[in-house]
Design a protein around this ligand. Structure first.
Ligand SMILES: [Zn+2]
Length: 237
C-alpha cells in the first residue's frame, strides 16, 4: 500500500504538470475546432448555393431558347393568317396563337424571376466567398499558433504520458479510479498532503489519530470534507 500511495504522489505530480501544459495551450485547440466547424458549415452552404446557381442558369438558358422558339412560331402564324382561305383555318390559327402567347407570358414571368434569383445568388455567393476566406485566414493563424505551442511542449508531454502509464500500471485500478474521480471534482487535485493537522487540499482539521494513521502510509484514508486521498510526504509537507 505504501508503494501505491507513493505512486499516487508521483502520479499527481505528473498530472499537475500535464495540466499546466494544457493550460499553456489555453483555448487554442477549442478555437481551432470551432473555426473548423464554422468553416465546414459555410463551405457547405457555399457549395449548395453554387449548385443552385448552376441549375438556375441552365433553366435560364432553357427559357431563353423556348422564348425564341415561341417568337418564331408566332411570326409564322402571323404570316399564315394572311394566307388563310376559310374561317375554320383562321380560327385554328388564332387558337394556336393564343395558346403560344399564354406560354410566352408564363415563360417570361419565370425568366424574370430566375434573373432576379440569379442576381441574389450572385450576391450571396460573393458574401459567402469572403466569409469563407476570412475564416480560412483566421483558422490558419490559430493553427500556426497552436502548432508552435504544441511543438514547444510535445516532447515533455510525451515523457509525462509515458511516466503516467508506468505509474498507473503498477497501481491498482480501483485506487486510480477513485483518484481520477476526486481529481476531476477537485480542480485537478486527487491527493492532499497532510500539513500539521490539516488536509493540504481543503485545510480542514484532521483528528490527530487519523494523522498518525495517514503518516504510516499503510492504508488509504480520504479527507472527510473534500474526499482527497490523504498522503504523508515528509519532504514536501
Ligand atoms: Zn480535504
Amino acid at each position: 500500500m505504501q508503494k501505491t500511495l507513493y505512486s499516487l504522489i508521483e502520479l499527481q505530480e505528473v498530472d499537475t504538470r500535464l495540466d499546466e501544459l494544457m493550460e499553456e495551450r489555453g483555448d487554442l485547440p477549442l478555437i481551432v475546432d470551432e473555426l473548423q466547424a464554422k468553416l465546414d458549415v459555410k463551405n457547405g452552404e457555399l457549395k449548395r448555393r453554387k449548385e443552385e446557381l448552376k441549375s438556375s442558369k441552365v433553366r435560364q438558358r432553357e427559357l431563353e431558347l423556348l422564348l425564341d422558339e415561341l417568337k418564331e412560331k408566332l411570326a409564322k402564324y402571323e404570316e399564315q393568317l394572311y394566307q388563310v382561305k376559310t374561317n375554320k383555318e383562321y380560327d385554328a390559327i388564332t387558337t394556336e396563337t393564343d395558346s403560344v402567347k399564354e406560354t410566352q407570358t408564363e415563360s417570361e414571368k419565370e425568366l424574370l424571376a430566375i434573373t432576379e434569383k440569379l442576381s441574389e445568388l450572385d450576391n450571396t455567393i460573393n458574401e459567402l466567398d469572403s466569409e469563407v476566406s476570412k475564416l480560412k485566414d483566421e483558422l490558419e493563424e490559430n493553427k500556426a499558433e497552436l502548432q508552435t505551442t504544441l511543438s514547444a511542449t510535445a516532447e515533455e508531454e510525451n515523457l509525462l504520458r509515458q511516466e503516467r502509464d508506468i505509474v498507473i500500471k503498477r497501481s491498482s485500478p480501483e485506487i486510480i479510479k477513485s483518484y481520477e474521480l476526486v481529481r476531476k471534482a477537485r480542480g485537478g487535485q486527487g491527493i492532499a498532503r497532510i500539513t500539521g493537522n490539516n488536509c493540504g487540499g481543503c485545510f480542514s482539521f484532521i483528528p490527530p489519530q487519523k494523522v498518525v494513521e495517514v503518516k504510516k502510509m499503510k492504508k488509504i484514508y480520504t479527507c472527510e470534507y473534500c474526499g482527497r486521498i490523504l498522503v504523508w510526504d515528509e519532504v514536501n509537507s
